[in-house]
Design a protein around this ligand. Structure first.
Ligand SMILES: [Zn+2]
Length: 266
C-alpha cells in the first residue's frame, strides 16, 4: 500500500511472479482503502483459482502496544485496526509490516543482500526510511521503529547544512530533511548530497555493522552514489577498513510487494 497506489503481486511457491495489478489509493478514505485491498485480493484469487497467504507493506507501522497503525504518512490509516479489519473481510490471518522493512526483506532473501547476515535496506524517496533484516528475519523492535534512521539528526552539521531544516515530524535537522527527494530538489548539488549520505550511513555502520546497505526509492537510480559514497564514509567510521557494501536494489520497484509476500514462509 502506498500513498498514491496499491499494488498486488501473487508469487508462486518458487517466488515467481504470476499475477500483478495496481489501483489508485482512495484518498483520505480509510474504509475505501480497506475495500480496495479486499477487491484486489478477490480479483487475484478468482483469476488464479487459488487461495493465498497475504502480506502487506504499509507506509507506517503497527503499534506493538495497541496493534493500531502509527507513523503513517498516509494519515487516514493512523489509529485504525487495519490488520483486524482486513482479517475480518478476508477471513484469514494477514501479516503487515512497514514498507521499508518489506523492501529490506525482499533484497535480503534473493536480491542485493542475498546470503548476507545483516542487511540495512534504505528508502531514499518522498521520505527516508530503512529496514533491518538479520539472518533472514525482519527486526521490528519494541517500538516498531527499528531502522527509522530518517528522523535521526544529520551528524556533524557543517556551515552549508545550517540553519537546521524543519521536518514534518516536528524535529529539526532530520536526515530525511536533507536526503529525501524533495530535499534533493531544493538543493540539487550531488556532491553535497553524497557527502551528507556518507555521514548519515557512517552512523548506521558504527552501530549495526551491516554486511550490505541496499538503496531503494527514486534516488537509488543514480549510479554515481555507489562509487562515491563508500569513499566518503571512511573518515566517519570507527574501523581501519570498511567491508560493508553499498548496493543498488536487484528488484527495484517490485521489492516492496515481494517483501510483503516473504512475510510468510519461504
Ligand atoms: Zn523528522
Amino acid at each position: 500500500m502506498g500513498g498514491t497506489k496499491i499494488e498486488l503481486v501473487a508469487l508462486d511457491g518458487s517466488g515467481k511472479e504470476i499475477f500483478r495489478k495496481r489501483v489508485p489509493t482512495p484518498q483520505a478514505d480509510y474504509d475505501a482503502t480497506v475495500g480496495a485491498v479486499v477487491s484486489l485480493v478477490g480479483n487475484a484469487e478468482n483469476e488464479l483459482k487459488a487461495k493465498a497467504t497475504i502480506g502487506i507493506g504499509i507506509p507506517g507501522a503497527l503499534s506493538r502496544v495497541t496493534g493500531l497503525v502509527k507513523n503513517a504518512n498516509s494519515t487516514c490509516l493512523i489509529g485504525h485496526d487495519l490488520k483486524g479489519d482486513l482479517e475480518k473481510s478476508l477471513g484469514r490471518e494477514v501479516r503487515i509490516a512497514n514498507d521499508a522493512n518489506c523492501f529490506a526483506l525482499s533484497e535480503a532473501v534473493d536480491g542485493a543482500g542475498k546470503g548476507a547476515e545483516v542487511v540495512f535496506g534504505v528508502i531514499l524517496g518522498t521520505g527516508v526510511g530503512a529496514g533491518i533484516v538479520v539472518r533472514g528475519e525482519v527486526l521490528t523492535g519494541p517500538n516498531a521503529i527499528a531502522g527509522e534512521w530518517g528522523h535521526n539528526p544529520l551528524p556533524l552539521p557543517r556551515k552549508e547544512d545550517l540553519p537546521l531544516p524543519d521536518c514534518y515530524c516536528g524535529r529539526k535537522g532530520c536526515i530525511e530533511a536533507y536526503l529525501s527527494g524533495p530535499a534533493l530538489q531544493r538543493d540539487p548539488d550531488m556532491d553535497r548530497y553524497e557527502e551528507r549520505l556518507a555521514r548519515a550511513l557512517a552512523g548506521v555502520i558504527n552501530i549495526l555493522d551491516p554486511d550490505v546497505i541496499v538503496l531503494g526509492g527514486g534516488i537509488s537510480n543514480v549510479p554515481r552514489l555507489y562509487a562515491n559514497v563508500p569513499v566518503l564514509w571512511g573518515p566517519f567510521i570507527f574501523s581501519d577498513q570498511v567491508a560493508t557494501r553499498l548496493a543498488p536494489p536487484v528488484h527495484g520497484d517490485s521489492s516492496g510487494v515481494r517483501g510483503a509476500a516473504w512475510l510468510w514462509e519461504r
